[in-house]
Design a protein around this ligand. Structure first.
Ligand code: KIV
Ligand code: ZN
Length: 406
């Protein structure tokens, strides 16, 4: 078991990357509800929007920064410590606008970004690497001049995951950007194309090349379903800031899911400074507010995550019931505020343990031997009817009692 005293800095991007990808983006009142939930969870940083993108988003970022100030004055501990960040392209007017919005927060941040992959520089930006570096440095200097000592500057190399062939350029650019005043360097896997080990290796290279007082950040998209793995392993390779989102909301297949990352870290012995017990409640609220339902097999929060159907799994779950580590359960679900732990249902694959557990849960007395006798009867019914609800199992049990007792 790994133990690592370095704590992750959980930086949530639900209100920016998540919101920009919603079919019905949130209005400012809805964004405020999400933000308050982020404070309840206790995230260390929140990217609250992209102020230059619209008047509405500017107002929302400003309102959230002002709200944070007010809550901090009133003594709210989460508001006192949270970094409130706004996104800005490497364009002076974007950076100015961002600062106008976030400056009210106790810890404001300007997060500016520019692509660094050969593909994007040539075909999207139409800029040479030298021009990209120059633009990045001048924009970070501008951002730093605005935040002064009141806030900080984050710089992202957009499409960093596609920079496998030009890492020398990226590292050279990043050294210059750090000189110019950026203290957080974010390395996004803007599009997930390759195996996580390649990305983690790139993170290691940057971590080793930059001064140790620079915070390395990762921001992964989930195009191949490995964003959680890439994010978690990047932490152990030197990244401290982990950019994640609630319910994994974000462009295309989403951003890295906050819940999966923090549970994996906590299970691996890394302290996570978050109210983990609010995760399940948060997931349900975000699903309602976004109109995006939770996939039934979503890790940790999906309806199926706690259901065991085959006989062997039901037996193991039953024998380890109430224990912190279940035979077929990654966590004690109380950890994320989900109160049902193992849930057994009866299918044609189920054994006597399921019969025993379902019936005794309802207060009936039944021995394991009696459960063994009932199992084949239920199995043949289930072969015709499919999965049996607890009520159906009880009905069959009661019918059998009547038959036996006359
Ligand atoms: O995915 C990405 O590269 C981004 C940047 C703007 C940080 O969202
Ligand atoms: Zn992104």
């Amino acid at each position: 078991m790994e133990s690592n005293e370095r704590k992750p800095f959980i930086y949530d991007v639900t209100l920016r990357d998540g919101n920009q990808a919603l079919p019905n983006p949130w209005n400012n009142a809805q964004k405020k509800d999400v933000y308050l939930q982020l404070l309840k969870l206790g995230v260390q940083g929140a990217e609250v929007g992209f102020p230059a993108s619209s008047e509405m988003d500017f107002e929302s970022c400003k309102e959230l920064a002002q709200l944070t100030h007010k809550m901090a004055e009133e003594g709210n501990e989460e508001a006192k410590r949270i970094v409130v960040s706004g996104l800005a392209r490497c364009i002076p007017s974007d950076i100015q606008r961002c600062w106008e919005a976030v400056q009210y927060a106790p810890h404001p941040r300007i997060h500016t970004f520019l692509a660094g992959s050969p593909l994007s520089m040539e075909y999207v930006l139409h800029m040479t690497p030298e021009q990209v570096k120059e633009r990045a440095v001048s924009c970070v200097k501008l951002a730093k001049s605005l935040v002064g000592d009141r806030g900080d500057v984050e710089f992202s190399v957009e499409h960093f995951g596609d920079c496998l062939e030009n890492m020398d350029f990226v590292i050279d650019e990043l050294k210059a950007v750090v000189e110019a005043g950026a203290t957080t360097i974010n390395l996004p896997n803007t599009v997930e194309r390759y195996r996580p080990a390649l990305y983690v290796n790139q993170i290691k290279q940057v971590y080793e090349a930059l001064p140790k007082n620079v915070t390395i950040s990762v921001h992964c998209h989930n195009d191949l379903g490995m964003a959680t793995a890439a994010t978690v392993e990047s932490f152990y390779a030197g990244a401290t800031q982990l950019e994640v989102s609630l319910n994994g909301l974000g462009e295309r297949c989403g951003n890295t899911n906050l819940y999966e990352v923090v549970v994996a870290l906590a299970n691996s012995g890394t302290p996570v400074d978050l109210h983990l017990e609010r995760i399940y409640e948060t997931a349900i609220l975000i699903s309602q507010w976004s109109g995006i339902s939770i996939y039934s097999r979503a890790p940790l929060i999906g309806a199926e995550a706690i259901v065991h159907r085959s006989g062997i799994h039901q037996d193991g779950a039953s024998k380890t019931k109430g224990m912190k580590k279940g035979a077929y359960r990654p966590i004690d679900y109380a950890m994320i505020g989900r109160n049902q732990n193992d849930s057994l249902s009866f299918t044609s694959q189920s054994g006597r343990t399921a019969v025993y557990e379902i019936i005794t849960k309802f207060g009936y007395k039944l021995s394991l031997a009696e459960a063994s006798e009932l199992q084949p009867i239920l199995k043949s019914i289930s072969e015709k009817e499919g999965e049996l609800s607890a009520e159906r199992v009880l009905d069959v049990f009661r019918d059998q009692l009547v038959n036996v007792n006359g």
